[in-house]
Design a protein around this ligand. Structure first.
Ligand code: EPZ
Length: 448
């Protein structure tokens, strides 16, 4: 069994680290890639059709490679043409998602809805928890049951079956206990091919949900209300192919804007859809940043940064995925800040790493209380999840001296060539392969 492409890339990422020399001003323009959290679910949606689908603006990330491996294992075909992926779900020959692939990429659990709607059956391992929380899928399962699926969970595997030969799921009214992004997306995809009308109440309103609706509608689905708390889906019998562009990654855009703010620089970030970052832009301006919109991008400039308070909320509130990167900025602000993480139960692990860089932060439950310091000091630090790793890179840009950021196996899942983008606007960052250095050591010692 060949090693999936994602696994070998991830091994290289685990051996490497980023060495950052901080304290440099940045200048110029940063390009935002396609949205990871949209592309992943759009890839899963391609299982709903027997026709070819072209997804444009798909970022080259290890998570995308992982989802491609998942679709291939089910019989789908996936190949890259430049910044596009060409996918075809005609030859789905399996309804069982392999444990190893689901375990390495939680988002592959998205396949359960399309597989069930398309084949009448799906066996997908529970995605399990991760560093930031238990990540349950209760809402996903409740909704599939409401649409008529028989769902059991045994030995860590969710088995969903539509009873009766060749039967379809039935439209249903579903109310989510919490506005789960993944549950909303899973149930939208399942309902798209169901018999009758479905309504999802208390649906997630994230831009990625709207993007998924955009692709499904382009494939012939009948969906109203995406981006509001109530989404109505009129099921159809078949979905056809489409050619669809993924939205820009709002979380990467926010991270790049924070790179300008934390280095007290002026940078243009493009493309950005400002409505996707409303709460974040408001907080950046409250902290003292000046932000100008020019139709396709945003220019942020910052001299002095004041402390602010923020609470993460479902969209349109402040996004949990920018909590860690924003907290790095607040560690360097003048005055006090409070950051409350309301979405995930364990998403303050980056605080300990920032403290090792001299940040003055106290935590109490899911809240961090920050006293800004004039300068962080460079140190070896560990990213513990995708966004915490990005937060460490930002802190390194602002710190005195050298910062070595480990945890690139997380960073590379969500940021395409972050160090290259930042180096191009004046940062000093090197990706160092620790293994290569060790291999070189013997010759170096002989030379010495
Ligand atoms: C998506 O995860 C994103 N991932 C996450 O991005 C993002 O942080 C999250 O939405 C929130 O915006 C992808 O889109 C691939 P949820 P998802 O279901 O769908 C609770 C990143 O860094 N919940 O909206 O798994 C859950 O425990 C990643 O790019 C239930 O209680 O998030 C969590 O506390 C991290 N029961 C909250 O809802 C359920 O049945 C939000 O989870 C489902 C979820």
């Amino acid at each position: 069994m060949p090693v999936p492409a994602q696994a070998s890339t991830s091994l290289a990422s685990q051996r490497s680290y980023l060495r950052i020399a901080g304290g440099r001003r940045l200048h110029g323009e940063l390009q935002v890639s396609g949205a990871k959290n949209s592309a992943l679910v759009l890839m899963a949606a391609c299982l709903l059709s027997r026709d070819t689908i072209r997804l444009r603006n798909v970022p080259p990330l290890t998570d995308i490679t992982g989802m491609g491996d998942m679709l291939s294992s089910l019989g789908g075909s996936v190949h890259r043409e430049g910044d596009s992926l060409v996918l075809n779900g005609a030859d789905i020959h399996s309804s069982t998602a392999p444990y190893g692939l689901v375990n390495s990429l939680r988002a592959s659990f998205f396949c359960i809805g399309p597989l069930l709607a398309r084949t009448g059956m799906a066996k997908v391992p529970l995605p399990g928890g991760c560093q930031i929380g238990t990540r349950p899928v209760v809402e996903h399962v409740k909704g599939l049951k409401a649409m008529g699926a028989q769902v059991t969970i045994e030995h860590g595997v969710v088995t969903a079956v539509v009873p009766g030969r060749g039967q379809r799921l039935s439209g249903a009214r579903m109310h989510l206990d919490c506005p789960s992004v993944g549950a909303t997306e899973t149930l939208m995809m399942a309902a798209a091919l169901a018999d009758g009308e479905s309504v999802i109440d208390n649906a997630a309103q994230e831009p990625e949900v709207i993007d998924l609706a955009g692709l499904l509608i382009a494939m012939g689905a009948r969906i109203r209300g995406a981006g509001t708390p109530t989404i109505t889906i009129e099921g159809v019998e078949r979905l056809h192919g489409a050619d669809y562009a993924v939205i820009p990654d709002r979380i990467e855009a926010g991270t790049l804007l924070l790179a300008a703010a934390i280095t007290r620089s002026c940078l243009r970030v493009t493309p950005v859809i400002p409505e996707h970052l409303g709460a974040v832009l408001t907080k950046l301006e409250e902290a003292g940043c000046r932000i100008e919109h020019d139709g396709t991008g945003l220019t942020l400039s910052a001299e002095r940064i004041q402390g602010v308070d923020l609470r993460t909320q479902p969209f349109p509130g402040f996004p949990t995925d920018l909590q860690a990167p924003f907290l790095s900025l607040l560690a360097t602000a003048e005055g006090s800040s409070m950051v409350c993480e309301n979405i995930f139960e364990n998403r303050l692990q980056h605080v300990a790493e920032l403290q090792r860089m001299g940040a003055s932060i106290r935590t109490q439950g899911n809240t961090a209380f920050i006293e800004g310091v004039a300068r962080l000091s460079g140190a070896p630090v560990q990213g513990t999840d995708l966004r915490a790793s990005a937060a460490m890179v930002l802190a390194g840009l602002a710190a005195d001296g050298l910062t070595d950021v480990f945890g690139l196996e997380y960073l590379d899942r969500g940021y395409a060539g972050l160090e290259d983008k930042l180096t191009a606007v004046g940062a000093w960052i090197e990706r160092i392969d620790a293994m290569a250095l060790e291999n070189e050591a013997p010759t170096l010692s002989i030379a010495a």
